[in-house]
Design a binder for this molecule. Structure first.
Ligand code: TMP
Length: 234
């Protein structure tokens, strides 16, 4: 096996012979609340690798640059090596999760406009919420980079909202990460899967994402299976 470069909560990065490319390996491990809750979702790695590969390919087609190169195996994605921008970008269409808590509103209300939130990517600090001033003051990204990141986040949202809508799924919110490849291009990185998105059945409002694990709702694997089948047509 090639050199392990980094192990995160849900994925492992391995080196390849090409210094510009790395393998992103998807694990079944699931965590929540900054890894205070840990578990396994059977075959999550296989499903998330396929879901993310399909979505990145679709995004590339509509002009969003991503780190995706190819799917190498059931759990392995060949991606561009990135220098990650330490900002987690959350895009919200519907009130849920920490937004519901922060604003004291019930989950499920559609927002009149999309909300984009920024979090400082630092597990030790619990990924605190930040704003543009923090980004510039602490040099997490340049103003031009942040403008490009926000524009891409909105573009991804517009595309994914209708993509999921066609599958009978309401895209409530999701998290994105960006990075620079070796040529200096800013691209979408990480993954787009039920781990980092809230996906609700349009007809029943049933949750089809990691909230089933976070909130002990049961039917976790079944929910991921459903999203996997709908997204990949498997
Ligand atoms: P939140 O409502 O808990 O802030 O989550 C918003 C979205 O971001 C939700 O779709 C889940 C995703 N998310 C992650 O991918 N990683 C995280 O660490 C957190 C807190 C949320």
């Amino acid at each position: 096996m090639s050199e392990k470069l980094y192990e995160g909560k849900a994925k492992v990065l391995y080196a390849t012979d090409d210094p510009q490319q790395v393998i992103q390996y998807f694990k079944d491990d699931a965590t929540a609340f900054n890894a205070q809750k840990r578990g396994t979702i059977v075959d999550k790695g296989v499903m998330n690798c396929a879901i993310s590969s399909k979505i990145f390919q679709e995004l590339e087609k509509v002009g969003v640059p991503t780190h995706f190169i190819s799917q190498k195996s059931e759990r392995e994605m060949l991606v561009k090596r990135l220098k990650i921008v330490p900002i987690e970008v959350v895009v919200r269409n519907v009130i849920a999760g920490s937004l519901a808590k922060r604003m004291g509103r019930p989950e499920g209300e559609s927002l009149p406009n999309t909300i984009v939130e920024l979090y400082y990517k630092d597990d030790a600090l619990g990924d605190p919420m930040i704003n543009d001033d923090h980004v510039f003051t602490f040099k997490l990204a340049t103003p031009d980079d942040l403008t490009a990141i926000r524009r891409m986040a909105v573009q991804v949202n517009n595309y994914l909202k209708s993509f999921f809508d066609r599958l009978g799924i309401r895209l409530v919110d999701f998290k994105l990460e960006f990075g620079r490849d070796v040529t200096g291009q800013l691209v979408l990185g990480d993954e787009i899967t039920p781990d980092g998105c809230r996906l609700w059945d349009k007809a029943t409002n049933e949750k089809m994402d990691k909230d089933r694990f976070r909130r002990d709702l049961g039917g976790v694997e079944e929910a991921y299976q459903k999203v996997y089948q709908l997204v990949t047509g498997a």
